[in-house]
Ligand binder design. Structure first.
Ligand SMILES: [Zn+2]
Length: 60
């Protein structure tokens, strides 16, 4: 697993989550550990390297 840091789209705090680099396309829904709002995450891996990471604010 790799730890990835990103900004919460709700509170703009930097948070981290653990990602599995063996799965190329993933969708996660996580609650921000700071403000507890839901965030949808789209990490994309290629050869175990994180090549893109999109964050969606589920409240929008
Ligand atoms: Zn937050």
């Amino acid at each position: 697993m790799v730890e990835h840091f990103f900004q919460c789209p709700h509170c703009w705090e930097e948070i981290s989550m653990l990602l599995d680099p063996s799965i190329a396309y993933q969708v996660y829904v996580e609650d921000c550990e700071v403000c507890c709002n839901p965030i949808e995450l789209y990490p994309r891996f290629d050869n175990n390297e994180l090549v893109s990471f999109e964050v969606l604010n589920l409240d929008q």
